[in-house]
Design a binder for this molecule. Structure first.
Ligand SMILES: [Mg+2]
Length: 235
């Protein structure tokens, strides 16, 4: 492994849910648990509950409200944070998560966690999966007042932490987020073929960005991107 001059390394920005963590937890909470609880609370059929919630989901997808536990708790009359706490044992990392983070740490990469999870959900996830030690910066879109799909998120992040968009790489499973980042000027964008282990793997040829399955595959992308800039020394 070559020794690289760490000042030329990009900052690696990671999404959390569906990228570092298995989205199966969120799928389970939002598509199974919440409809069941919602049906119970409002004494309607499970099908009615699915229909009501799916209408809400369509209206609010990719907005800051969509990611807010408080918003959903008020909107649907079920304590969504409590629901997540009840099933927190299901929060799991995606394949290669810790192997990759260990490697990046060893190689001197700076890593930032940039998530649309609201602050209480972020806290819960970090209590269950020990990601914190690997990250220099951890930011929730709730703190910045914009969802990551919005260019405003990236502008606010830059104001807060200062970075050059051409010297970062973003790994995120959501196309709309990658598009927002691209509009802001981030050029190096990577997506995930299988955000949720409960759903089939997506065909990379249908995705608009280079895609990885196991997170460890990111290392070869990093090597390609920065091959010209790194100062390779012989051991
Ligand atoms: Mg995600």
């Amino acid at each position: 492994m070559p020794n690289c001059n760490t000042s030329t390394l990009p900052i690696v920005l990671f999404d959390m849910d569906g990228t570092l963590l298995d989205l199966s937890f969120d799928d389970f909470i939002w598509n199974q648990c919440l409809p069941e609880r919602h049906a119970k609370v409002h004494q309607c059929s499970l099908q009615q509950s699915h229909e009501t919630l799916s209408e809400f989901y369509q209206q609010h997808k990719h907005t800051l409200s969509w990611y807010s536990s408080d918003y959903w708790t008020a909107k649907v009359g079920v304590d969504v944070l409590k629901l997540q706490q009840e099933f927190q044992h299901k929060i799991q990392p995606r394949p290669g998560c810790f192997e990759l983070l260990e490697q990046l740490q060893e190689q001197g990469y700076r890593c930032w966690l940039v998530t649309n999870a609201d602050q209480p959900s972020l806290k819960l996830k970090l209590e269950n999966v020990a990601l914190r030690p690997y990250f220099e910066v951890i930011v929730s879109s709730q703190q910045l007042g914009f969802a990551k799909e919005d260019i405003g998120f990236w502008q606010a992040l830059q104001q807060l932490h200062g970075f050059n968009p051409t010297q970062v790489i973003l790994v995120d499973d959501t196309a709309q987020v990658l598009e927002g980042a691209k509009r802001f000027g981030i050029e190096q964008l990577i997506t995930i073929t299988q955000p949720s282990s409960l759903k089939p793997e997506r065909d990379p040829s249908t995705l608009n960005y280079p895609a990885i399955a196991n997170l460890i595959e990111l290392l070869s992308f990093l090597a390609q991107f920065y091959v010209k800039d790194v100062d390779v020394k012989t051991a």
